[in-house]
Design a protein around this ligand. Sequence first.
Ligand SMILES: Nc1ncnc2c1ncn2[C@@H]1O[C@H](COP(=O)(O)OP(=O)(O)OP(=O)(O)O)[C@@H](O)[C@H]1O
Ligand SMILES: [Mg+2]
Length: 232
Amino acid sequence: MLSLSDISAAYGGFQALFGVSLEVRAGESVAVIGPNGAGKTTLLRLISKLIEPTQGTISFQDNSLVHVPPHQVVGRGIAHVPENRRLFPRLTVEENLRMGAFTAREKYQERLSLVYELFPRMKERRAQPAGTLSGGEQQMCAIGRALMSGPKLLLLDEPSAGLAPVVVQSIFELVRKICREGYTVLIVEQNIRQVLKVVERAYLLEAGKIKMQGPSQDFLRSEEIRKAYLGL
Ligand SMILES: Nc1ncnc2c1ncn2[C@@H]1O[C@H](COP(=O)(O)OP(=O)(O)OP(=O)(O)O)[C@@H](O)[C@H]1O
Ligand SMILES: [Mg+2]
């Protein structure tokens, strides 16, 4: 479904990614793990066309994304939940969800029901300003808003960031649920142990390069990963 081939990216004179290749198949859940500054967010920003690669190609459903402007990416079926969530704090939960559905007015009710089914908490809080939600609820709302566009591919940038451990647990339960629903998910996480238990496959990104890839089980068993990232 998604294919990145030999992608490099730079911010001014600073090169953030070096010849990265990555694939996500339809229905698959894939994680990109790695330390701070490895280039994980950069990778998602490239897929959303928020930045342009200096080298390499990105294709989605067999079409090149090279000439697709960022505002058309959602219409192609890619929904991106960014690191900082970017909700509209004064708008209610339901108004925020509605903002995610701008590409498909006719499907609005159907998708809203689906989101409320996945996240009953959002239904309870639907009339509450998003800015007054707890951190975990805000993350739910941001993911719900992304699902309102009816995406084929969901990009999640550190959904557990800044949340208390018990809330992190519930966010991963949600991500697991979304993967089970058959959504195709590419997730970036620093909460490595948890994310590896949820996704099928993973890539390790270090200093802008892919250092390892394979089934999550291989990562969980790898001596190197266990030492460097799982503290074992
Ligand atoms: N707009 C920018 N201008 C200059 N350098 C940038 C910019 N955005 C990111 N970088 C640099 O690119 C590198 C990769 O950043 P990126 O945000 O992709 O890392 P990350 O893996 O998502 O890290 P984190 O886990 O901390 O979110 C970092 O060294 C960062 O400082
Ligand atoms: Mg990041």
